[in-house]
Design a protein around this ligand. Structure first.
Ligand code: ZN
Length: 237
């Protein structure tokens, strides 16, 4: 067996492991796990945003409440003053009108503040309900995620022996390949998942480029490392 044959066998062993790993990554449980992982990540970020929003609105409620209380106190004072002025014969009509304008303007502010407080409380109630709903959905998804993960772990365990065998096979075949040939193979692998291409009908099976007769001769006379001029794969006949 020539060195290129050994390298080809080495590639076969690598591809067998790739196939096994791809199978593990594409089981229904693994696909479900990935989907749930994405969903949970999104929910986490949504919940964190919701929480921040709720905290901010709670602070707003506190601030409006304080304003509201202060305005109400002020209003009561102005109203009492107005009552006194109204029954005071020494007050002019202009003074009474001015006092009325002041307490009426305050009343407007009190009403506005009350409405703002009410709207914010309604918003908070809804947001907290939303938060609870999202939280419960995320909790359900987390449970499903844990179940899918357990299935995936079991699947991996079932394939452990095959995986170990495939890895051992790679190591075993690697021993037979001269190190400079292996280094070249790894170099080509940086660009191509499958670095060695068979020559079929005088073409590189990697890129389907027709190969010159001189190149074909070089490959078939054996032992030489020849790369496809077009794609750079190692040619094997
Ligand atoms: Zn090629």
């Amino acid at each position: 067996m020539g060195n290129l044959d050994k390298l080809w066998e080495y590639q076969e062993a690598e591809l067998a492991l790739d196939k096994l790993e791809a199978e593990i990554k594409s089981t229904p449980a693994r696909i479900k796990l990935n989907k749930l992982h994405k969903f949970l990540k999104k929910q986490q970020s949504t919940l964190s945003h919701m929480q921040k929003d709720i905290e901010a609105h709670k602070e707003i409620v506190e601030k409006i409440s304080e304003q509201f209380e202060a305005l109400e106190k002020q209003y009561e004072i102005e109203l009492a003053e107005f009552s006194i002025m109204e029954s005071d014969p020494e007050c002019t009509a202009e003074e009474i009108r001015e006092s009325r304008r002041e307490f009426e303007s305050l009343l407007e502010q009190v009403t506005g503040s009350r409405r703002e407080l009410y709207d914010t409380l309604i918003w908070l109630e809804k947001a907290e309900e939303n938060f609870k709903e999202t939280w419960s959905k995320a909790g359900k998804a987390k449970k499903e995620y844990d179940e899918a993960r357990a299935v995936c772990e079991k699947e991996l365990e079932e394939r452990r022996e095959a995986l170990d065998k495939a890895k051992a096979e790679i190591k075993n075949r690697q021993k037979d390949v001269p190190s400079e040939l292996l280094a070249r193979y790894k170099q080509v692998k940086l660009n191509h998942a499958i670095p060695i291409a068979r020559v079929e009908n005088n073409q590189c099976s990697g890129c389907n480029m027709s190969l010159p007769t001189a190149v074909i001769r070089k490959i078939t006379t054996g032992g030489n490392l020849v790369e496809c001029e077009n794609c750079g794969r190692i040619l094997y006949s």
